[in-house]
Ligand binder design. Structure first.
Ligand code: ZN
Ligand code: ZN
Length: 117
């Protein structure tokens, strides 16, 4: 067990971290994480299809080391993307799946589009 090795201090840090994570998820993530729908774009230049996949399906594929394939052309060259709240276009994620600071299309500071169900 990691908690026992880390001792009481480590345990306190873990508890704090978990509380913060729970508070964050309650405040900012009204939709259960595994029901969220992730937007993806196909990076095949001849295709460029946009498609959606449930978070839990993405997680399952990642665990199984399965590729996320484009439903249109079958390319494995796909990437998760974020939909701009201003112009509604899909922007490729930057860094570790984060939204860009500003939309690449309308150039406005980033706002998330409301999640679709
Ligand atoms: Zn494609
Ligand atoms: Zn935009």
């Amino acid at each position: 067990m990691r908690i026992q090795e880390a001792g009481k201090l480590g345990f306190a840090v873990v508890v704090l971290g978990v509380s913060a994570a729970v508070a964050y998820s309650v405040l900012f993530r009204p939709t259960p994480a595994d029901l969220r729908v992730i937007e993806n774009i196909c990076l095949n230049p001849k295709c460029g299809a946009e498609f959606q996949m449930e978070q839990r399906e993405m997680d399952r594929k990642m665990k199984a080391r399965e590729s996320i394939t484009c439903p249109k052309c079958g390319s494995v060259d796909t990437e998760s993307a974020h939909r701009c709240g201003n112009c509604g276009k899909l922007n490729r994620a930057v860094g570790h799946g984060s939204a860009p600071p500003a939309c690449a299309f309308c150039k406005k500071p980033w706002t998330f589009a409301p999640l679709r169900k």
